[in-house]
Write a protein that binds this ligand. Sequence first.
Ligand code: TXA
Ligand code: MG
Length: 382
Amino acid sequence: MWHRHIAKFSKMTFSTRILPADPKAIRFIDDVPVFSDKITEANVREAATEVARLGSVVAFPTETVYGLGGSALDDASVKAIYAAKNRPADNPLIVHVSSLEQIRRLILTELHQIPPVYDKLIEKFWPGPLTILLPIERGSPVLQLVTAGQGTVGVRMPNHNIARALIALSDTPLAAPSANASTRPSPTLASHVETDLNGRIPLILDGGACRVGVESTVVDGLCSPPMLLRPGGVSPEEVKEFGGAPWQNLVLAKKTAGKLEPVRTPGMKYRHYSPTAKVVLFNNCGNGKSAVALYLRDRLEKAALLRTKHFVSVQEMGLSNVIERSMGTTALEIAHNLFKDLREVDELDVDLILVEGIDEADDGLAVMNRLSKAASEIVSDS
Ligand code: TXA
Ligand code: MG
């Protein structure tokens, strides 16, 4: 039913401006940004004015991926987010704040505080790549369009000076999904946002590459046992280690949703993180020599290979016509490079992107979660 309202916004066009901003030129005194560079200050202030305007959106860097932010308290802004991304409105949005005080003042009603189950996680991981679910009660100013009608709202405090300054200066809690067109890999550079949303949004703050490279971890501590709804920049092992007693029993959400169930984690119901080329994921295939050669035998398509830990080079595989990138050997390096490398080889007009999977332990879980959603075929040796 929401889709119909959104359609009329999608006709809007803009000449998208890209404004540079240096995260190192910002520091905070009592949650107030102080700038040491005039251009950064002017650009962040301009973006803050823009994003506080009703019905408007701005793309900005966070430590995870670039976000497309609009006021979580303004219907027209949230509709503009869905319209620019072409995203279905039954997928809830995360709300970004720059301080705990903003949560209490702008998101929760006077009646309730942040549930104590999150105290230790907030202490350890905020600001940072962890999203928590808070209860929504009647009278809460957070819109149904943000929560997709669920009784909770996902909230996080990003650990990025530009994001934090933008939210503090606008004093606006920002609903912000990743700033890619729906179904595309998430953006980790301003140029990725430009590729997907040029002409569809007024401006992009360019703060360079995102450090983490995959989205935040989403946890629900309101249910018992607590649930991990989306793996991300904080590993489940870290949540268990630092969250305190209830988090010892953390369970991982199931991977697929039936058509009639509400969407609890991204990619459960829709195609996600997909380049144009077909992505093939290789699991447990050793050094890759035989599995990759076997897969490519008799195939004439142009292929790229994204290596991680164990695969040898395409030269060693005897496949010198295959384009290759090494994404790194640790889960953190691979997470950082994953979306960028998927986009880069996709732009070389390959038909196939073969990707070497990694172990799902620790930070590997978020990487493998994104890869299994991007892949339309999985090759496994065991
Ligand atoms: O790292 C990130 O979290 C990025 C950057 C921009 O901050 N943002 C991001 O937002 O990924 P978004 O809106 O795409 O994430 C939405 C996902 C939903 O698909 C769902 O998995 C979870 O977050 N989520 C949000 N609100 C929820 C809710 N009320 N109940 C259950 N899951 C929720
Ligand atoms: Mg996304």
